[in-house]
Ligand binder design. Sequence first.
Ligand code: ZN
Length: 209
Amino acid sequence: MNWHDIVGNELAKRALEVALVGAHSVLLVGPAGSGKARLIATVRSAALQYFDGNIDMPHMGTQPLCACGHTLEVKRIAPRCTCTLADKDAHTRRLREVADAVDIVVVTRRPTYDELCNGEPNGERIEAVLKRVSCARQHPEPSWTLPEAGHALLRQAYNTFALTPYKLARIRGVAASCARLAGEPLGVPHIAEAIMFTMLRQEELSWGI
Ligand SMILES: [Zn+2]
């Protein structure tokens, strides 16, 4: 199994790439069949082999969308799901707690039928990803001399989402890894990407149908 055999979930693939750069912990949340366990198993074994075991492997975990694991999409009724709305809410609360404790969280989705039949895998092999990771790890941590627009974005996230200083530090760490991957000084695009990766967005796990 290689990266390009896994259709879709490009965001999760990118998250795992960023995670490898800075050994950031990752949580993939998603339904059965969305490939989250396979993505992690693939990246773990390929990275260990590529780096000959000399890599700080990030902690990588998975969680289903609901406690019984049968929910495929939060906005659709799943006939086999045995969870009550209270069960779902309790599970979502737990997910939010776990998400708060990790650096990166991404919601995975099952590929659609058409994606499976016609979807062009992105064509990139995992070795190409690991080569980028290897280069990025050789770049030093970027300086935190941020442009004002970068500070403005972080300030807005800190205030809007009532972030803890701890969470803010995690965002900064992930942003640094994004910048190292790009081989660029830390800037707004890296901070924006890090904010996206470190937050479980409300709309992704809201049970309203
Ligand atoms: Zn369920």
